[in-house]
Design a protein around this ligand. Structure first.
Ligand SMILES: NC(=O)c1ccc[n+]([C@@H]2O[C@H](COP(=O)([O-])OP(=O)(O)OC[C@H]3O[C@@H](n4cnc5c(N)ncnc54)[C@H](O)[C@@H]3O)[C@@H](O)[C@H]2O)c1
Ligand SMILES: [Zn+2]
Length: 364
């Protein structure tokens, strides 16, 4: 079991990572927040049948009262009605400021459990217990919580730091294959923007033909998840409110988001991020800032983890999509570039410059 310290202000917290961590959720809550008397476990219809009882038992043994709110799995539940239902359960059961939410599930659950906690009685504790790879390495870390509106994704929310994040890597064994693969979009992103050691590890696993065996290796899973949590933690502790450095986490996302939206969200986020990174690699190579040998290494890694490096989106479509994305013509957009594995740069471009940059990559 590994503990990673997150030095966010004013309240630092820990991320606990390892196999069988779920059995300790109750005792960890009792130890970190001894005043908690009632806990609302928020989960979804896929995760609850697998893990809710285990977590519930551990919390009850630690002498806390448990309520549950389970919603239908999927992004379509990430809305204000689900949040209102969570508020309702807590109000009915007379939760007070010292009680807590446990968010047990993927990113949809951790975003919503966090938002319900941030808003109920103007803020109660949340323990994030992510069960998907994406939520472990990304969504549950950093304190961004929220819901979708019919006008768009993640449009309402709050920054709300958890009291603790508990990640049981055993949960990854029940994750559908395509969701496990998708999680590597963000993992490879971390390697490219900031972590050469992670790049080397991922490369080595791929070279040894062991990509398909990662899930069977508890120690390796713990290592990969921990390295990624540390990466995200180091970025967010320097930039808690998303003003500067945190933007580098958007590598592959500017075009990735447009591809995701254009597919009507039928393509998974991690897959779109991989495509978005592939397009940035092509564009940087065409601009002459990313050496071809480095570009090939980057593409090879993405492909080795079963993810795509291209998409038939045109530069014009990317440009239009970016303009739709809360930007106006003539506005500067911050484009995240990687010209050397392990190092990200933020470059301001006008949308027109961006179109020509992507266009050259497309013509490669
Ligand atoms: N707050 C942030 O910083 C942040 C960052 C990235 C993504 N997100 C959000 O995260 C969401 C995507 O996360 P996600 O991919 O985890 O989505 P998700 O929560 O919908 O989970 C994906 C699917 O996997 C299932 N699942 C989860 N864990 C499982 C397990 N251990 N075994 C079997 N099935 C399991 C879920 O029930 C669901 O069907 C999006 O809503 C996105 O906006 C937030
Ligand atoms: Zn992402």
């Amino acid at each position: 079991m590994k503990g990673i310290f997150v030095g966010t202000k004013p309240t630092p917290y820990k991320v606990i990572i390892g196999a069988r961590a779920l059995t300790q959720v109750g005792s960890l809550i009792a130890k970190t927040a001894p005043d908690v008397q009632k806990v609302l476990i928020v989960s979804d219809s896929n995760v609850a049948p697998l893990y809710l009882e285990k977590v519930k038992k551990g919390i009850e043994i630690s002498k806390m009262e448990v309520c549950e709110y389970v919603f239908e799995a999927g992004e379509k539940s990430k809305n204000i009605d689900s949040i209102a239902a969570m508020w309702g359960v807590m109000a009915e059961n007379k939760f007070t400021r010292t009680d807590a939410v446990v968010a047990l599930g993927g990113g949809v659950v951790t975003d919503m459990g966090g938002f319900a906690a941030a808003t109920f009685l103007r803020g109660i504790k949340v323990f994030q217990v992510p069960t998907s790879l994406l939520a472990m390495v990304d969504a549950a870390i950093g304190g961004k919580t929220g819901i979708d509106l019919k006008e768009g994704k993640n449009l309402a929310g709050a920054f709300w730091q958890p009291t603790m994040v508990i990640e049981d890597t055993d949960c990854l064994k029940t994750l559908p294959d395509e969701l496990f693969t998708e999680g590597f979009g963000e993992i490879i992103k971390h390697a490219f923007i900031m972590d050469t050691e992670l790049y080397d590890l991922l490369r080595e696993i791929a070279d040894e033909g062991k990509v398909d065996k990662i899930r069977e290796d508890d120690a390796l899973l713990e290592k990969i998840v921990s390295m990624n949590v540390s990466d995200k933690v180091s970025v967010i502790t320097e930039d808690t409110l998303d003003n500067g450095l945190r933007q580098t986490l958007n590598y592959g996302h500017t075009v990735g988001h447009v591809i995701e939206r254009n597919s009507n969200f039928s393509l998974a986020h991690g897959v779109c991020v991989a495509k978005g990174m592939g397009i940035m690699i092509d564009s940087c190579e065409a601009a002459g800032t990313l050496p071809s040998e480095e570009a090939s290494k980057m593409r090879d890694l993405i492909k080795a983890y079963g993810l795509p490096v291209s998409d038939d989106i045109t530069a014009k479509e990317a440009f239009d999509g970016v303009l739709n994305d809360k930007k106006k013509r003539g506005d500067n957009i911050s484009v995240i570039l990687v010209n050397k594995i392990g190092h990200a740069e933020i470059k301001k471009m006008t949308a027109e410059e961006f179109e020509s940059f992507i266009g050259k990559g497309k013509a490669l």
